[in-house]
Design a protein around this ligand. Structure first.
Ligand SMILES: [Zn+2]
Ligand SMILES: [Zn+2]
Length: 328
């Protein structure tokens, strides 16, 4: 059952596939997706890139230039390296095709794929042969229903990257995840420092030479700040600076919670020596065993996909918290 995949089929598709398969024919379905840039894009993917651009503009354009010497140079370098590493590994993780070697060798990305026919076969992969890709595969391969291809050392299908994470792009995914966490953490520190220092000692944040010029010519009051230093100084008020800092801290903390949760989960997987897919399979087996122990518990809500996903996230978080607090 390792290669089993739940194909998203509507009743009409199911009915037509049953009808057509009775004539020994297969219905064509969407072609396989090559990588994360393949059509269609995912909303999460767009949000991720917009967030990256927003945080880069706000940190390098507004808040890091306000830091006193030599901290502005320290933070320019640290945040610069972190953001660049994230950018490059994110691009690599999206671009690398995680498909199994046999699928890549076939180069069949433009060809329509056959539709999975449950009346003929129970699982997409049986006896290490994928029925849809029509290739021999290894034991750690799974056919992803979204990418519609077999993925080598399958870990999970990532909506943020809009591609599968497998053996070929796992490390890029992991470095992108770690650098994103570190980058957002650095930004939160900078934002909190600037917000606090704005009250305690505002002049310590006005060490850039542009301030001196403006002060000497009387162009700048005490409540005025310059953003987008040093190239294009634009005046803004104290409240403008603080409101933007507040919004950015809130967004960053939300990102940080999600990133830390995911990063912690992958550290837990390292510790256990398993993949995300192994973890999901183990959870499913546990669920099945529990359902077998409690007969007559045929609650239809339990079989709902959304409920299962929520349960998966909650059980993952609980296990992680137990692990972190040393209770397991
Ligand atoms: Zn396949
Ligand atoms: Zn996938």
């Amino acid at each position: 059952a390792d290669g089993c995949v739940r194909m998203p089929l509507c009743r009409l598709c199911l009915l037509s596939s049953v009808l057509l398969s009775s004539k020994n024919e297969l219905v064509s379905s969407k072609p396989a997706r090559m990588n994360g840039w393949s059509w269609p894009p995912q909303i999460f993917q767009v949000i991720g890139w917009l967030m990256f651009c927003y945080l880069a503009i706000v940190s390098f354009g507004i808040y890091i230039p306000l830091l006193p010497l030599p901290w502005n140079y320290v933070l320019y370098s640290l945040t610069g390296i972190t953001f660049t590493v994230h950018f490059l590994t994110h691009i690599a993780a999206v671009t690398i095709d995680p498909a199994d070697a046999s699928v890549r060798a076939k180069q069949s990305y433009s060809r329509p794929m056959p539709l999975f026919d449950r009346t003929k076969q129970q699982h997409v992969i049986q006896d290490l042969h994928c029925y849809l890709c029509d290739v021999k595969v290894g034991p750690k391969v799974k056919h992803c229903g979204v990418c519609n291809k077999c993925v080598e050392d399958f870990d999970h299908h990532c909506k943020w990257l809009n591609t599968c994470v497998g053996g070929r792009n796992y490390w890029y995914f992991f470095v992108a995840l770690s650098s994103a966490t570190l980058g957002v953490l650095l930004l939160v520190v900078v934002l909190l420092f600037v917000s606090i220092q704005h009250y305690l000692d505002p002049n310590s944040l006005r060490t850039a030479p542009q301030y001196e010029i403006c002060f000497s010519t009387g162009l700048l009051g005490n409540g005025t700040w310059l953003v987008f230093l040093p190239l294009t100084p634009i005046k803004t008020s104290s409240s403008g600076l603080l409101i933007l800092a507040f919004i950015t801290v809130m967004l960053s903390i939300t990102c940080l919670l999600l990133l830390c949760h995911l990063l912690g989960f992958h550290f837990y997987l390292f510790y256990k020596g398993i993949s995300t897919f192994d973890y999901v399979k183990m959870q499913r087996q546990k669920e099945t065993r529990r359902r077998d122990i409690e007969p007559g518990n045929a609650n239809p809500v339990k079989n709902n996909k959304k409920v299962r996903q929520v349960r998966y996230v909650i059980s993952g978080s609980l296990m992680l918290m137990k692990r972190l607090s040393g209770r397991v």
